[in-house]
Every structure is written in structure tokens, then in C-alpha cells.
Design a protein around this ligand. Structure first.
Ligand SMILES: C[S@@+](CC[C@H](N)C(=O)[O-])C[C@H]1O[C@@H](n2cnc3c(N)ncnc32)[C@H](O)[C@@H]1O
Length: 193
């Protein structure tokens, strides 16, 4: 297992590997805060509705060089060339590693993964694009309690999901602006206790 990085080391690696300005910082409360402005390149390479904005995966990858096994939940058409890992989606036609409901993750051996990237649908209206029903975020967080201690979850959403404070701690909150006429989103990074 690789040695776990500290947050100052993660931020240093982010700046070094992406070349983006240092725009996330250690707060005095020991939490990382910041804002990413993704710029006006709003093309999603896969053209999948709700796909990660360009550079998102590269930024997250640079924050976690110490992780060896990533799991993408609500994976859609995530670009695995940029961020290799296994995938979970409820839609079998997307050919994920696991066709499963993220609210239970019954078929997923969560103990094998040290990093989870979650990109849930934000609303009922968004779900209509996927032909799925709206999720209960707290159920997903409950399913993720099976992760090993020290694993991280990177959750991109418009809502902070309900979670148990004796199971997870929030280590970072990053605001994300995409471009004009796009919704503002937030990235919450949890660590499993
Ligand atoms: C915002 S999209 C993810 C897009 C992805 N980040 C990308 O870059 O392509 C949300 C995905 O969640 C999936 N989904 C919806 N409900 C789900 C559930 N209960 N369990 C697992 N996946 C679900 C949808 O099929 C859709 O692919």
C-alpha cells in the first residue's frame, strides 16, 4: 500500500500535475476549501448528459496519487483513460463493471477500493434523461459505510448528502463553476473513519 498523503501534499501535487493555479487551501479548521472555475470549454467528450466537465477527472486524479483502486459510482460514460477504475451504474447498456443500484451496492466488494467517485443525478428532472428514479442520497452514503477506514469519497452534487458523523468526516469542500448558464455544484470529499 502506498503511503497516504497529507492534504498539503495533495494540493502541491494538484498544482504540479495539472498546471492549474493553486485555488484550494487548508482552512484554519484543518479542512480544505476552494473554488474551481472550469472555464468555458463545456464540451463533454462522451456527449453523455451530465458527464463530468473536461478537466474534472484530471484534477481529482492529481489530488489522489496515493490511491490504487478507484470505483466510479453513477458512472455513466466516465472516461476511464483519464481515471482508470471499476464502474457501477444501474443501466446495463452502459456496460459497467457492476450493474447495481448505488443505494445498496450489493454486488460490489467495497473493501477492494480506496477511492470512490460519485456523480449522482441531482433531481427528478435529471433522472428523466436516464430513465431512472431519483435516488436517496443518504442510502448511498449508508451503503458506502462498508468501505475500509481511510478510503475517500469524492461526491459531486448540488446537495450535501446526509451522512453519519461517526462513519465519515468531511475533509474538503470545493465549489465548482462550469460556464455561463450552468448550475453551480459542489464537491465534498469524505474520509471513512
Ligand atoms: C450524472 S450521470 C453520471 C455521468 C458520468 N459522471 C460521466 O462522466 O459520464 C448519473 C448516472 O447515474 C446513473 N444512475 C441513476 N440512478 C442510479 C442508481 N440508483 N444506481 C446507480 N446508478 C444510477 C444513471 O444511469 C447515470 O448514468
Amino acid at each position: 500500500m502506498k503511503k497516504e498523503l497529507t492534504w498539503p501534499e495533495r494540493i502541491q501535487n494538484y498544482v504540479k500535475e495539472t498546471g492549474f493555479p493553486e485555488n484550494i487551501f487548508m482552512g484554519e479548521d484543518d479542512r480544505v476549501v476552494g473554488t474551481w472555475i472550469m472555464g468555458n470549454d463545456y464540451r463533454v467528450k462522451s456527449s453523455y448528459y451530465g458527464g463530468y466537465p473536461p478537466t474534472y477527472l484530471r484534477r481529482i486524479k492529481a489530488l489522489f496519487p496515493d490511491k490504487s483502486n478507484a470505483l466510479h459510482i453513477f458512472s455513466g460514460k466516465v472516461d476511464l483513460n483519464i481515471f482508470p477504475g471499476d464502474t457501477v451504474d444501474i443501466k446495463s447498456e452502459l456496460n459497467p463493471t457492476y450493474v447495481d443500484d448505488a443505494q445498496s451496492l450489493e454486488s460490489v466488494p467495497l473493501e477492494n477500493y480506496d477511492l470512490v467517485l460519485a456523480d449522482p443525478p441531482y433531481s427528478v428532472e435529471d433522472c428523466e434523461h436516464y430513465g431512472t428514479t431519483m435516488i436517496k442520497r443518504n442510502k448511498v452514503m449508508r451503503a458506502l459505510q462498508r468501505l475500509n477506514s481511510g478510503s475517500h469519497i469524492v461526491w459531486l452534487d448540488q446537495v450535501l448528502p446526509m451522512y453519519r458523523k461517526d462513519q465519515f468526516t468531511v475533509e474538503a469542500t470545493i465549489g465548482m463553476w462550469k460556464s455561463t448558464n450552468h448550475r453551480f455544484r459542489g464537491i465534498t470529499i469524505f474520509r471513512k473513519l
